[in-house]
Design a protein around this ligand. Structure first.
Ligand SMILES: [Zn+2]
Length: 491
């Protein structure tokens, strides 16, 4: 996921629109006080080289999961550091923090170019670690050999998120090349090395390098555009809580023939309890959760069914627009179930069964309140008086943006100018937990989120790919953003 990120307090109603950007006057290739034509040309002239660099990065299978060899991940960090040096940065560091278990976290590349007097600093974030490939048989091409086909580049990490890294470096290089000494903007690159492993050391890393990473605007490249050819600014992310629900009925397993009938087994009762979590039309039935149905952009049922690969005849759940069900309403799923597998099943009444739930939270929902609401629900709906044990798990904050901020308005303009199509303000149903850490440590920072992905990018799945024309537009848009922030500041 590649992006720019913006913070918004309330008024989400105004967020989900294709907002009117601030359109400076255009004259002989200049847009307002920036030479847009020269920037567009600089991006175009270096684009082939940018693609070659991206292909070279895709070839390094840097995966931060503990079960994977760390050598390629270290090589990936080295390759990224070399790219940053080649783009003109002298102060380039590879840094890491230890995880709680004492093992080393993923290597991050940080490079800093201080701001001139009175100029803001922009931090450009992306991550160089990638998801594992999954089942190789599902890939049409070798995952770590980037292949161009019909205007797309296929390969693991081609979109998520090595394109984010190259977008930042290429945009900066274009601006530095065109503006030369007139570039006073402070620029910091922060390329994380463990995002796909849940960023286990992100918080301690931020705290250890708080001044090094301090900025006025943070551009986080790790999200998606609305469609191929239609740029988007991500204005909301859902939060997340998860945990386990265990149902206990008997002290131990007993013979189902001897005792079956007067008492129901634990898996049956757990299934009944799980069924109470959604109401008849499939909406989440847990009381007290934030839920909004006010997004104005939408996708059709056919588009959703195709993107999500819904099988024919399967009825969609929930009410309201599809986009609001994905972005501004809660969504609860069961992601794990502990009960004997079918192959080892025996004729016994099972004493206990356990399930893991994952609840996506509407933007603005307090995770602690949501976790408590689920606890209250399962305890109040224990079927047949079964003993219910609720164990809270992870929680992550939602994210709302403020599109009235200067950086956000310029970002919306830059996206529209680069693509020639007004940018959509969209939500993302997923979460980027570390953004909450950024807002906590830098409460005044303006965070922008957008991306190079599109609905066909298949991030985290087989045959991941990047749309090359959109990628070029994303680089151009970021160059416009940096140039305007350099010329106008944040006032
Ligand atoms: Zn990512």
């Amino acid at each position: 996921m590649a992006l720019f990120v913006v913070i918004l307090d309330t008024g989400i109603v105004s967020a989900m629109t294709s907002s009117p950007a601030v359109n400076p006057q255009t004259a002989n290739g200049h847009v307002g006080n920036i030479d847009a034509a020269a920037l567009r040309r600089a991006v175009a002239e270096s684009f082939d080289a940018t693609i070659t660099r991206l292909k070279d990065l895709v070839a390094i299978p840097g995966i931060a999961w503990p079960s994977f060899d760390p050598a390629p991940l270290n090589a990936s960090a080295d390759a990224v550091a070399a790219l940053v040096r080649a783009s003109g940065f002298d102060d380039v560091r590879t840094l890491r923090c230890d995880k709680e278990d004492g093992t080393p976290g993923g290597p991050a590349v940080v490079a800093r170019r201080p701001a001139a007097e009175g100029q803001p600093t922009v931090l450009l974030y992306a991550h160089h670690d990638v998801q594992p490939t999954g089942d190789l048989a599902l890939w049409e091409t070798e995952p770590f050999t980037a292949v161009e086909r019909e205007g797309r580049l296929y390969g693991r990490g081609a979109a998520d998120d090595k394109a984010g890294i190259l977008a930042h470096i290429a945009a900066y290089s274009a601006v530095a090349g065109v503006l030369g000494d007139d570039l006073g903007l402070g620029v910091t690159f922060f390329f994380e090395g463990e995002e796909e492993a849940g960023s286990p050391t992100f918080r301690s890393f931020l705290e250890s390098h708080q001044e090094l990473l301090r900025a006025d605007v943070i551009v986080v490249a790790d999200s998606s555009n609305w469609k191929v050819g239609v740029p988007a600014l991500t204005t909301s992310l859902r939060g997340l809580v998860d945990g386990t629900i265990e149902v206990r009925v008997l002290d131990h397993a007993v013979h189902s023939g001897m005792f079956g009938g007067p008492v129901l087994d634990a898996p049956t009762l757990l299934a009944r309890l799980i069924a109470t979590l959604h109401d008849a039309d499939g909406s989440v039935a847990v009381a007290g959760l934030v839920s909004r149905d006010n997004v104005t952009v939408d996708l059709t049922e056919a588009e959703y069914r195709a993107d999500a690969s819904v099988l024919d005849g399967v009825r969609l759940a929930g009410t309201g627009s599809i986009a609001s069900r994905m972005w501004t309403k809660p969504a609860l799923s069961i992601i794990g179930f502990d009960a004997p597998a079918v192959d080892v099943a025996s004729n016994t009444l099972l004493p206990r069964a356990r399930a893991k739930f994952s609840l996506r939270l509407a933007p603005g929902q307090d995770p602690a309140e949501a976790m408590d609401a689920v606890r209250k629900h399962v305890e109040a709906n224990a079927p047949f008086g079964a003993h219910v044990v609720f164990t809270p798990g992870e929680s992550g904050n939602s994210f709302l943006t403020d599109t009235s901020s200067k950086a956000a308005r310029v970002a919306l303009w830059a996206l529209g100018e680069a693509w020639g199509v007004p940018a959509v303000e969209m939500g993302i149903g997923g979460s980027i937990p570390f953004i909450a850490d950024l807002t906590e440590l830098y409460p005044d920072v303006q965070i922008l989120v957008t991306g190079v992905e599109d609905p066909d990018s298949r991030a985290h799945s087989a045959n991941e790919s990047l749309h090359l024309e959109d990628f070029r537009n994303a680089i151009t848009a970021e160059a416009f953003l940096l140039a305007r922030l350099n010329a106008e500041g944040l006032a």
